[in-house]
Ligand binder design. Sequence first.
Ligand code: S3P
Length: 455
Amino acid sequence: MTAANTDDHKPRPLRSVRAAALKGEARIPGDKSISHRALMFGGLARGTTEISGLLEGEDVLRTAAAMQAMGAVVDQTGPGQWSVHGTGVGALLEPTAPFDFGNAGTGVRLTMGLTAGHGLNVTFDGDASLRKRPMGRVLNPLREMGAQVSEAAEGDRLPLTLKGPETVVPIRYVLPVASAQVKSAVLLAGLDCPGTVTVVEPAATRDHTERMLRYFGAELDTKNGYEGREITLVGRPNLRGRQVAVPSDPSSAAFPLVAALLVDGSEIELPGVIMNPTRSGLVQTLREMGADISIDNRREAGGEPVADLIVRGSRLSAIDVPADRAPSMIDEYPILAVAAAFAEGTSQMRGLEELRVKESDRLRAVVDGLSANGVTCRIEGNDLLVDGTGGTGRNVPGGGTVKTHLDHRIAMAFLVMGLATDNPVTIDDSRMVATSFPDFTPLMSELGASFEPVG
Ligand code: S3P
């Protein structure tokens, strides 16, 4: 198997135009965070892991290629169906070539934990977006565990070479940023450690690593301590291959969901979307804004709480989103800001410093994109303020071109915006959508949206 590569193609601008009511059922692809982890834990476990509903986006395919290069046998057996024959903890092989993770922050950061924890010597690289993102947040705890970093670009950035120690030093690490990627990298580095590794998170972040490690057979204890949630992993677990059914990604569902809210008369169903409390901040926030979202048939799927969402076109009111909600909706601010542009009143989204280090500086990209389309908005410190036009008797003008900066979520958020603005919204490049939601365009078209190639 090989990872897809968009590096050498030309930008592909796309324009979205005002839509009539969106209708139908949209089956959202598998969760990106869980897809990466399923391949990693499957690749580490003894025996065979059968994965269904894997997100076959470019980011995840890079992780599949990396696991294969370290000795796992990874095969696609059908659409979304993958079989992974793992090496066993402690038995990963040193890859013979550098890892190029493309656009994938989760893939690169978690794999760094894995390779350092296994004493491997690996060179990591990525695309222009990934090369700008901070890796020190992962490298610092890995250094404490005995790893060495060489040939790093300035500021602990990619490309860099990471060499794991012969024996990992067990640590207790208090996260300086609320980041599931850093938490997961430390836990993964602890897998081949002769002792326990503890990560303390002051604010709860997505807990898929903890859920899946337990499911694959690891001993993992969580408790609330004075500094936050403490997660302790007992090293050298006997991970065994499992069946993993990946449920639908709430961060991808967010785009058709907001589209249906903004386009009058819409009614769509999104079945089986993850409703894990560490991921459901957007649905909570939109409902507080007056969004008509029914949450039906709550159940468990693939070890996660899921539900069917029914979404209807709605009038929205402005919202003040507290900073402590950010981890549960960290990837959803671009699309929430778009929703806020149509709401009645000024919305405030607080404590968004982490948005500056995503696939792009999303705080800047959102403000520039909204401004280019006639929305009044501003950044105050780490807060984003958006003046909604709802209630002003006028609609959002649109008509602008948005710079996407190699960021899939900026691309999709503004394509959704153009479905409800007076004039079309153009994005400068739609290629990166394939990193997380390869079928975004056909899925939205099926609901009634229309996107036109430009040029
Ligand atoms: C992810 C964690 C988040 C999120 C990213 C996926 C994960 O990043 O933004 O899309 O799978 O662990 P941070 O850990 O940097 O907040």
